[in-house]
Design a protein. Structure first.
Length: 174
């Protein structure tokens, strides 16, 4: 007699892992966006008399961080179906990559290499603050991208299982 695997326990394990991955990714997205909003907001507060056109990239980054905070908070709620929002995950990931690019182009090597993190500090170090903002913008973009990829995989797996159930239940049992 061949060994049969219980498919319902396998499905339950996948759902638990998916739920756990969703919570971890959403929490990381929330933390990274909050850090970017805090550091960037602190900078914008100190240059409040400057032209808004010259601070456009920082204002854009602050708006993206605010949107990311909002959606990650909403989607941390357990009943909000963690991965069905994958198109918006990809869109927010793209906005984070744009913010990352705008911040990198602003530095233009003035504080050393972009991925040289040796001088990151949160106090009295403008280059360190900018690099921290760049780093957490990049990390946030990656988390949103991973959420989108996992969302596509989750939706495709769910559709495949639904199709199999429908195909099996429609067969005649003669």
């Amino acid at each position: 007699m061949p060994l049969q695997i219980n498919k319902s326990s396998n499905t339950t394990a996948n759902m638990v892992l998916t739920g756990l991955a969703s919570i971890i990714l959403r929490a990381a997205e929330l933390v990274f966006a909050t850090i970017v909003a805090g550091i960037n907001g602190y900078y914008l507060h100190h240059v409040q008399n400057a032209s808004s056109w010259s601070q456009g990239r920082f204002i854009y980054t602050e708006v993206v961080a605010g949107i990311a905070i909002f959606f990650s908070l909403i989607w941390l709620i357990p009943f909000s179906s963690g991965f069905i929002h994958y198109p918006l995950d990809f869109l927010i990931s793209i906005t984070w990559f744009v913010a990352f690019g705008l911040l990198v182009s602003y530095l233009d090597g003035a504080c050393g290499a972009v991925f040289n993190w040796s001088n990151i500090a949160f106090r009295d170090n403008q280059c360190g603050e900018w690099k921290a903002t760049i780093a957490f913008s990049f990390l946030s973009a990656i988390c949103w991208l991973v959420s989108g990829i996992v969302g596509i995989i989750w939706v495709r797996d769910r559709e495949t299982r639904t199709y199999r159930r429908r195909a099996w239940s429609s067969r005649s049992r003669v």
